[in-house]
Design a protein around this ligand. Structure first.
Ligand SMILES: Cc1cc2nc3c(=O)[nH]c(=O)nc-3n(C[C@H](O)[C@H](O)[C@H](O)COP(=O)(O)OP(=O)(O)OC[C@H]3O[C@@H](n4cnc5c(N)ncnc54)[C@H](O)[C@@H]3O)c2cc1C
Length: 370
């Protein structure tokens, strides 16, 4: 029997950051993952944008999340000998005079100012960029090559034995009288942490949480005339990948989901790109994935109300890349030291939705297994 402290289900950006954090703290970790080319993390453009939305407000806790993310991704680069985090300015192109005014109204705010370049000067002309109404240059963000990072971490995990490419079957999990858990008669874990992304809607322990999966698509395009020194953003983002390639995203679609990629998304994103550039481009790829969104748009961290050794780290929505590293620390502090996760992300906020009757009556139901 393999014995571990933490058994993690899922190795997207949630499971990967948590596994790294727990392992760095000296814990024994085993991760089960079904590698899927279209998982949210692998499809994501990896954008980390601290200033978002039509009103240019600072993203939730950006001043804390972004530096922690930068430190985490840089540390992985050191360990794995590969660049993942590309710190680049993000040029938010205005689409109306109203947007210009919103920025002027904010320009004295702190810490907002730390994330924007001077808002008063004229925007220098960029060849190939439509910038008639000007824009705002956002700093300290950029993008992470998430797929490459997960591939490198997985290679490490498979070699060292802390990662298994295997689908976890919840019906094979048996709770022990002391709260620990045995999986398929071969893994004994003190704790199980669910990091399954949108697949959590089928998790028998956490089906009661309001996870509202949302499908998104991105394009990969080739465009010779666009500058590659910054990310463009106007209704969509354009992330430079090198060699005249760019990732353009993303769409949002609520259920019912499409089977794979769609013509509509391709048209929508192509249209948005042509609103940002005067240059011709060719679509060379298109991918779709499903985001683990949550009703109140905040992540889900915490412990099952009755199965006290079963936990969740999920709900990263559309900003998992920026949020995951700091939240993995918050989650580890909870698991290791009992420090409660922040109220905004703590699943206790949804406790009224839980009743033992609402939990699965199947064999994985914690109450029926212990
Ligand atoms: C089109 C698109 C573009 C996006 N762009 C960005 C962006 O630019 N910036 C940003 O921050 N975020 C972006 N996101 C959101 C981001 O991708 C998510 O926040 C993040 O990837 C969620 O990570 P996760 O690990 O929770 O889930 P996932 O990436 O879905 O990973 C879950 C993993 O768990 C595995 N799994 C599930 N069930 C089991 C099981 N029973 N057994 C074994 N393995 C299992 C899955 O196979 C998968 O590998 C985008 C999302 C989409 C769809």
């Amino acid at each position: 029997m393999t014995r571990v402290e933490y058994l993690l289900i899922g190795h997207g950006i949630a499971g990967a950051t948590l596994a790294a954090e727990l392992r760095d703290r000296g814990h024994q970790v085993l991760v089960f993952d079904t590698p899927q080319p279209d998982s949210a993390s692998r499809v994501a453009a990896g954008l980390m944008n601290p200033v978002a939305g039509k009103r240019f407000a600072l993203a939730w806790r950006a001043a804390e999340l972004l530096p922690a993310a930068a430190v985490f991704y840089r540390a992985q680069e050191q360990r794995l000998g590969q660049q993942f985090f590309h710190e680049l300015p993000i040029l938010k192109l205005f689409s109306s005079v109203g947007e210009q005014n919103s920025v002027l109204a904010r320009s004295a705010d702190q810490p907002w100012q730390d994330f924007v370049a001077d808002t008063t000067g004229e925007l220098p002309t960029r060849p190939g960029v439509r910038q008639e109404l000007g824009g705002l240059s956002i700093r300290r963000g950029g993008y992470v090559r998430v797929e490459e990072l997960l591939t490198a971490l997985s290679t490490d995990g498979l070699r060292q034995g802390w990662l298994l490419y295997e689908t976890f079957d919840w019906t094979q999990l048996v709770a022990q009288p002391d709260g620990s858990l045995i999986y398929a008669g071969r893994v004994h874990a003190q704790h199980v942490v669910c990091c399954e992304g949108a697949a959590a809607v089928h998790n028998p322990y956490f089906q009661w949480l309001p996870i509202t999966p949302n499908q998104g698509e991105v394009l990969e395009v080739e465009c010779a005339g666009l500058p590659a020194a910054e990310v463009l953003n106007k209704g969509a983002y354009v992330v430079p990948l090198g060699n005249h390639r760019f990732r353009v995203g993303a769409t949002y679609r609520w259920p019912p989901f499409a089977e794979g990629t769609t013509v509509e998304a391709r048209q929508e994103l192509s249209q948005r790109l042509s609103e940002m550039t005067t240059q011709p481009f060719v679509v060379i790829g298109q991918r779709a994935g499903v985001r683990p969104a949550v009703r109140d748009r905040k992540p889900l961290l915490g412990t099952h109300p009755t199965a006290t050794n079963v936990h969740i780290f999920n709900g990263l929505g559309s900003k998992g890349v920026m949020m995951a590293p700091r939240l993995a620390q918050v989650m580890s502090d909870w698991l290791e030291k009992g420090i409660e996760p922040w109220p905004e992300v703590n699943i206790r906020r949804y406790l009224t939705l839980y009743s033992p009757a609402s939990a699965s009556a199947g064999p994985a139901s914690p109450a029926s297994r212990s």
